[in-house]
Ligand binder design. Structure first.
Ligand code: BJW
Length: 252
């Protein structure tokens, strides 16, 4: 495999002062074996995952939506963080002002050792009572019988953000603050189609950040990024993190 070569401009930005912020999406977990939402391999038992990630789907058929999320929990539990997750964790170790903002709900950044992740779309490992609204961590392997219910008898739902639902305002504000302070924004493994996450690179650029896209495929962001690395995250992120000062082994 050819080595990953970074431009001198990108090297200079990575080695310079100021926070590095990473905005990640499903593609960062693809090399851990977890499917992305859109594109090839994005179907689950003949259903489009995007169609299941809605409050309407849950109201119509909570069992179907819960079977999808039970499968997602089992897949995430069986997966291990990959070189991309580990590189970002090493970067947060080397440069503590680094922030990871993720659209992923799988918990793999945390399991790679990133202490504090801004989770825009919630977590597979938290459940919320639809009647009482309270949220709790739930790491059980098996939530049977599906759909799970709260002690009060109402349905529990995954504490994730579905289409048409508002993101946690505190998390979104923290993500805006982080990207506004970024010297470099790494946008990895996202199609940049889903809002408001898709607005963050523009917010960062307007505040002066150098925006780098890491994605094997063109996306809605590509034309507006300062640099594009057409590579899988597991190959590019270790090289980027090393250039930013992380002590990291580059996989062959
Ligand atoms: C690799 C790789 C490798 C492969 N390495 N890369 C403004 C304009 C237009 C529309 C809207 C707007 N504002 C709001 C909307 C509506 C909607 C929206 O954005 N729709 C668009 C689709 C048009 N947004 C919302 O509804 C949001 N809510 C909202 O705005 O609320 C407003 C409100 C305010 C007040 C009150 C009420 C409402 C909520 C969005 C929630 C999204 N939720 C989901 C599900 C989360 C739970 C779960 O995981 O199940 O989030 S949908 C799904 O998409 C999930 C993802 O986080 C999100 C983004 O997907 P992502 O990560 O980009 O994955 P993919 O599959 O799209 O892309 C993967 C990429 O990886 C590809 O590019 C590959 O090439 C690449 N890749 N292998 C690197 N190895």
């Amino acid at each position: 495999m050819d080595p990953v070569v970074l431009s001198s401009t990108l090297r200079r930005h990575l080695a310079g002062p100021g926070p590095i912020v990473a905005l990640t999406g499903a593609g960062v977990s693809a090399e851990s074996g977890l499917p992305t939402f859109r594109g090839p391999g994005g179907l689950w038992e003949g259903h489009d995952p995007v169609q299941l990630a809605t409050p309407e789907a849950f109201a119509r058929d909570p069992l179907l939506v819960w079977r999808f999320y039970a499968w997602r929990r089992a897949s995430a539990a069986a997966a291990a963080p990959n070189a991309g997750h580990r590189a970002l964790a090493a970067l947060t170790g080397a440069r503590p002002e680094t922030r990871i903002v993720t659209q992923n709900v799988d918990g793999l950044h945390e399991r790679a050792g990133t202490p504090s992740v801004l989770r825009l779309h919630g977590s597979l490992w938290r459940l919320r009572c639809v009647a009482e609204g309270d949220e709790r961590e739930d790491l059980r392997d098996d939530l049977a019988p599906l759909p799970p219910r709260c002690r009060c008898g109402a349905l529990l739902r995954p504490a994730v953000v579905w289409f048409g639902e508002a993101l946690d305002p505190g998390v979104l504000a923290a993500a805006h603050a982080a990207v506004r302070q970024a010297a470099v924004l790494l946008v990895a493994g996202t199609s940049s189609l889903v809002w408001p996450a898709a607005a963050l690179p523009e917010v960062a650029r307007e505040a002066g950040a150098f925006v780098v896209e890491v994605n094997p495929e063109p996306t809605a962001l590509s034309d507006d990024a300062d640099e594009v690395l057409r590579l899988p995250a597991g190959r590019a992120l270790p090289v980027l993190a090393a250039a930013a000062g992380a002590a990291i082994e580059i996989p062959a």
